[in-house]
Write a protein that binds this ligand. Sequence first.
Ligand SMILES: [Zn+2]
Length: 141
Amino acid sequence: MPIWVRIVLSRFPAYHEAMQTINEALKKLQRSSFRSRFQLNEEEKEYIDKKGMDVIKSHACDFVREKLAPADPTNDGKQTPMKGHPVFKAMHATACCCRGCLNKWYHVPMHQPLTEEQQNKIVHLLMAWIEKQMKKEDKQM
Ligand SMILES: [Zn+2]
């Protein structure tokens, strides 16, 4: 690693750590045949294009707050539909679909409300997955 990169990273350790965690998580998820089966279809990609990333991100924040953040979410394990919104698919693809999966994949403790920071991390991961899916489409065109 060049020295200047190391200097930059040492100034922003939290940013570096967060980015690394997201990339590592995405790589690990790709190795799961169940998780990697979730892919955005054309209709969902069009929806994202139409709404824009900021709106999708605000939907992701809402879903994480409503479906995952409470200490014991309603219907935990079944609260995230398989379709109906691209963020739902992202939640399954990234193992952020319920507290059980969050615990299994990311060691998030159960029966405790999620902190603001934990919620932000989940939203970042969801958006990183969606952005990757959107880039895939560009390559095909
Ligand atoms: Zn789950």
